[in-house]
Write a protein that binds this ligand. Structure first.
Ligand code: NAD
Length: 400
């Protein structure tokens, strides 16, 4: 197995760590990316997004000659597709155009005996109803003898290199031979357990994981709004409720962002009338930024010319990723509505396209209202006495 060639299509948060780990495990890896900048950066042994230790791994894989980035797929024994699967903003339906394009791009190179693995998160049915028909139509052998499986990823950004190896994996084959071949491949570099199933079950299991988190956070967010009316600290209440041996309520916040938890539930719910709870949870989480804006507006209403200090823009703590961030949504809305003079601090980025950034000390010194939106470590270090005399709206329960 180890002398095999692997073609990884899509060199982002999932594809690049996977390609570089495989490159250091003795596989010959060809990484494909549609972006020429990404290809050039990787071939210099550098990385195009931050992930701890990834730079060292990529440098070592590229310099050993086991990882090379290219623009077009090549013949290989194993193909891994790790391209984006965003939502169509108009109706929240999954946009499968990247998966389709990636499948079409490998199809002419796929031959009998090869293994094709879809790691992108996909709606139920995509492996057999979208990917397989393209391979059947466009591969040289009409996909005869090709093994195909969906092998979803569940890594946490910030811990990707650890979790890629340690996490348990699900491999969902289009038939038993595909599942067995996929499992045998992952077992060469995964320390966690590898579970075999069919493609549809693997697709749904991945979506169910993030949906579980979204629904649980919606419960926490709803409870936090109700707690607010009773002057109850929701974080203390949840901590106490979680002392029950079978209760585990997640943490409330200003909303849910990022490109997984806020997206994947729609892969189940879009166009599915039975997904009532899942849809409602999405709506509850999407409504939380409005509630925060209203809190700020109410606090500002009694002040002559309030200065509002917003702490954080990222979608979660200690990352520089602003994709779908509720913090950014809230800051933009406060700006559009001219609720007050805004000061914005985001320690993980050096500049923002249209929101000027202010150092934390200046925000703390000048703001009348401090709105904590992300529990970055710099903000967690604040104590209530640092903000004495100010109105504090702490959406993460971070200042204690
Ligand atoms: N990032 C995560 O934490 C995470 C976790 C689990 C699952 N996923 C899933 O993994 C998939 C990939 O996510 P990501 O975060 O790595 O995306 P990303 O945006 O970081 O990277 C995707 C890369 O694919 C490239 N690309 C797009 N179309 C291509 C094509 N046709 N051919 C070659 N390259 C192409 C892009 O240029 C980009 O570099 C998605 O389905 C996502 O939902 C992501």
């Amino acid at each position: 197995m180890m002398n095999k060639t692997i073609c990884v299509v899509g060199l982002g948060y999932i594809g690049l760590p996977t390609a570089s780990i495989l490159g250091t495990k003795g596989y010959r890896v060809v990484g494909v990316d549609a972006s020429p900048d990404v290809v050039e950066t990787i071939n210099r042994g550098e990385i195009h997004f931050f992930e701890p230790d990834l730079d060292i791994l990529v440098r070592s894989a590229v310099h050993s000659g086991n990882l090379a980035a290219v623009s077009e797929p090549q013949a290989a024994d194993i193909f891994i597709i790790a391209v984006p699967t965003p939502l169509d903003d108009r109706d929240k339906s999954p946009d499968l155009s990247y998966v389709e394009a990636a499948t079409r791009s490998i199809a002419p190179h796929v031959k009998a005996g090869d293994l094709v693995l879809i790691e992108s998160t996909i709606p139920v049915g995509t492996t057999t109803e979208v990917v397989l028909p393209i391979l059947t139509r466009e591969s040289a052998d009409k996909a005869a003898g090709v093994r195909l499986a969906h092998c979803p990823e569940r890594v946490l950004p910030g811990r990707i290199l650890v979790e890629l190896v340690d996490n348990d994996r699900i491999v969902g084959g289009i038939d038993e031979e595909s599942a067995a071949a996929a499992a045998a491949f992952y077992e060469t570099f995964v320390r966690g357990d590898v579970y075999r199933t069919n493609a549809a079950t693997a697709e749904m299991a991945k979506l169910a994981e993030n949906t579980f988190r979204d629904v649980n956070i919606a419960l926490a967010n709803e409870l936090s709004v109700v707690c607010d009316r009773h002057a109850i600290d929701p974080w203390e209440m949840i901590k106490l409720a979680n002392r029950h041996p079978r209760v585990n309520i997640l943490q409330p916040g200003p909303g849910v962002g990022g490109h997984c938890i806020a997206v994947d539930p729609w892969f189940i719910a879009a166009g599915e009338p039975n997904a009532r709870l899942i849809r409602t949870a999405r709506e509850v989480n999407d409504a939380k930024p409005d509630w925060v804006v209203e809190k700020v507006r109410a606090a500002a209403a009694g002040m002559a010319s309030p200065v509002i200090g917003c702490l954080g823009l990222a979608f979660k703590a200690d990352v520089d990723d602003l994709r779908g961030s509720p913090a950014e949504i809230i800051v933009r809305r406060l700006k559009e509505d001219a609720v007050g003079d805004l000061l914005v601090c985001e320690p993980n980025i050096s500049r923002h396209a249209d929101l000027p950034l202010t150092a934390l000390e200046d925000v703390v010194a000048r703001a009348d209202i401090v709105v904590l939106l992300v529990d970055h470590k710099e903000f967690r270090a604040l104590r209530p006495h640092d903000l004495a005399g100010k109105t504090v709206i702490d959406t993460r329960g971070a200042i204690r």
